[in-house]
Write a protein that binds this ligand. Structure first.
Ligand code: HEC
Ligand code: HEC
Length: 256
């Protein structure tokens, strides 16, 4: 009933973050300005003039339910989100990249303006188990997102919120499947995909599993984060240091 599925190897590569991701090629100040113009005429009615939200969700916070990578934004803006008011945009990828550059600019913090001690934050990252679930430059666990360049796409405010309120925004990629087999076996893991007969799960030992629904007596999908809140375990100064450390994680050569 439980078997490993070879056809899902590419899926596993994606889950393990090995797939090559597109990054925005249009990020100059001119691109941001052009993107702002398109945004005001085509997006602001629903998302607010500064991306603060309205009919559509806030885009200025830097956390996106449908995916926060450049890749995901390109897809969601170009194709739209089926079944919602978010229609696709029939523009060239270049023009969409410019809009993305503008959206990113709404919450960028120059590194120099983030208070806190980066080295102390790094030490806290190691000693509080963050590294057990998160990778930075190839080191660490895979049960949470790779944070290697998290400082580029998140404001300090936003990073603080991720640490204090992990449940506020949890992307579907991190929703958790829990099932009970008719034979008594318990299954759990990140829900990767589901079809009529099976669910594909990445278990917490990072193994890919395909589970036949017919063998289950019950299952549910939990949309809470696997990440514990650090509201009670860390004090304000420690959170500030952690945020300083996370903000400093940017691609090489990115001086701001
Ligand atoms: C008619 C209203 C409307 C317009 C115009 C519109 N959007 Fe949206 N947009 C929405 C709604 C509603 C959602 C949320 C869909 C859902 O998940 O239910 C959304 C979702 C999104 C998302 C995904 C957000 C997330 O959290 O993952 C992005 C990115 C986005 N819009 C960007 C844009 C951009 C850029 C434009 C202009 C080119 C635009 N939208 C124009 C209504 C709109
Ligand atoms: C048990 C595993 C686990 C631990 C421990 C953990 N995280 Fe997470 N973290 C996750 C998961 C899963 C997510 C994705 C779901 C979510 O957004 O909450 C996440 C999300 C995040 C995000 C948001 C990333 C994004 O792309 O939006 C940040 C920032 C973060 N964690 C930082 C930390 C820090 C700092 C610590 C240590 C103080 C920590 N995490 C400890 C599992 C963990």
């Amino acid at each position: 009933m439980l078997r490993y599925l070879l056809p899902f190897v590419s899926f596993s590569a994606m889950a393990l973050g090995q797939a090559v991701e597109l990054t925005n090629p249009r990020t100059s100040p001119e691109d941001v300005a052009a993107g702002a113009k398109t945004f005001r005429s085509h997006c602001a009615t629903c998302h607010g003039i500064r991306g603060e939200g309205g009919v559509g969700p806030a885009l200025a916070a830097g956390r996106f339910f449908h995916g926060s990578s450049d890749d995901a934004l390109l897809k969601n803006i170009s194709d739209g989100i089926p079944g919602t008011e978010m229609a696709g945009l029939f523009y060239s990828p270049d023009r969409v990249w410019q809009i993305i550059a503008y959206i990113r600019s709404l919450n960028q913090n120059p590194r120099s303006e983030v208070p806190g001690d980066i080295a102390a934050g790094n030490a806290l990252f190691q000693s509080n188990g963050c590294v057990r679930c998160h990778r930075v430059q190839g080191e660490g666990g895979r049960l949470g997102p790779d944070l290697t360049s998290i400082g580029k796409s998140r404001s300090a405010e936003n990073l603080r919120d991720s640490i204090l309120n992990p449940n506020a925004v949890v992307q579907p990629r991190y929703w958790v499947f829990e099932g009970a087999g008719k034979d008594g076996t318990a299954y759990s893991g990140f829900l990767l995909n589901e079809d009529t007969y099976t669910v594909q799960v990445l278990d917490f030992e990072e193994r890919l599993r395909s589970i036949n629904k017919s063998g289950l007596s019950s299952y549910k999908v939990k949309k809470d984060s696997r990440m514990p809140s650090f509201r009670k375990t860390l004090n304000d100064g420690q959170i500030t240091d952690l945020v300083a450390y996370l903000s400093s994680l940017r691609p090489k050569g990115d001086s701001e």
